[in-house]
Design a binder for this molecule. Sequence first.
Ligand code: 4AD
Ligand code: MG
Length: 498
Amino acid sequence: MVYISNLSDHVDEEVTLKGWVYNYRSSGSLYFVEMRDGSGICQCVVAQDAVSEDAWEQTEALRQETSLEITGKVVEDERSIGGHELQVSDLNIYQVAEDYPITPKEHGVEFLMENRHLWLRSQKQWAAMRVRNEIIYAIHTFFQERGFVQMDAPIFTGNAAEGTTNLFETEYFDDQAYLTQSGQLYGEAMAMAHGLIYTFGPTFRAEKSKTRRHLTEFWMIEPEMAFYDLDMNMDLAEDFIKFIVKRVLDRRPKELEILERDTSKLQKTAEEGFPRISYTEAVEQLKSDDMAAMLDQMVADRKQEVEELKEEREEIEKERGQAKKWRKAQIDERVIEIGKRLDEIEENLRNIPDWRESALNFEWGQDFGGSDETLLTMKYDTPVLVHRFPAAIKAFYMKRDPENEKLALACDMLAPEGYGEIIGGSEREEDLETLRKRINEHGLDEDIFSWYMDLRQYGSVPHSGFGLGLERTVAWLCGLDHVRETIPFPRMMGRLTP
Ligand code: 4AD
Ligand code: MG
């Protein structure tokens, strides 16, 4: 089989492509068919006088998403989508598609989510899934090349790793079980057997919040390392993210272009060191005069952008009357773009006062909200590592800072451009009696954790680890504004189908 992605190996040859009609237009005795085959899109030109009568009849029957095979000569064509064009000599339909519900016109996101099984075929969705795949490949490569052993943690569990408020309960014969929130505790056991391990599996949280960062079912990657302290943990997390970002930039430039991703900040992430600040410093930053000034500047910048966009729109709309057909289409597209950007800015301008309020009134001891995370990363182009959080807002298994009992040796990585927390991790409590005390303080049942406490009895060692949220990483790298487009079939509050 020849795939569109490999057409450069077949220039001037006759090939047969199998796929679907992505788009088509006709002008008399010519048809321009944009065919997609999963690997890419290729423009196929059918000329009535170059094909049989039967093939021409089939061409005239084409509809969007009709499945077919097309034979023709591959010619290089820089202006063509994908850089090649097929001069068609024959064409055979598998099935003429019914009227396809997703047309090139604008659709609401609810409609698209209802048709997620079809929406996956659209260019941007296709590109995002390719980036997701590249990230997954990069994650395995990174760890495998460094001697980590991949482990599968159980999905049914009897214990809560990350607090009891967002557990999915399920029946387990006569018992009660939960869907796992994290593979970490099992990862710790495996790390005591193999030294360096990572999990890569689905995790579940009954998140009642409908935000652009939360799914109820998401995929988490959790490395766990024996003999690592917090600093080594953060070093690894930074190397890991750099590796992923580099890979995606190197290997998926075409997909990032389809997604219209501005890659300048990703480039910096691949090259520059990530700032590390303590939670306490982060709180000071939020409440600082600098932050207030930065927000004022942001409001001013946005207002100016609004002016500029409106001016541009006025000008091109004036031009439209006399414009040629191709230019009209260009103008219409730009007007839609401008409209979208204006909506975005308007929402932004509505939110900034709340963000400001939340930042300036932030009290030491609180957890950061989404907007606080956005503000904390605003002055950086790379992710930021925040470490040493108040122990009271973190999980029971985290080791305390020997310099300050109120602090946990935790670290979060916040992605820039408003994407927020992508990694959460810590050094783990390795002392048996201290761990027992924490379990009780958190109101958890000691019996359920007896196996976990065993790890502190039989050769306990310092160890650390972290968890990366795959979907948030995909959203950030693709520049998508909601995690629902980062996984083939998202599960969120209020969505279980398709
Ligand atoms: O910070 P979290 O809760 O950490 C843990 O679960 C630890 N056990 C990890 C470890 O130390 N081994 O979750 C880790 C990451 C978050 O930073 C976020 O990226 C992602 O998982 N995440 C979610 N992603 C999508 N939807 C949700 N509801 C998420 N909750 C967490
Ligand atoms: Mg977290």
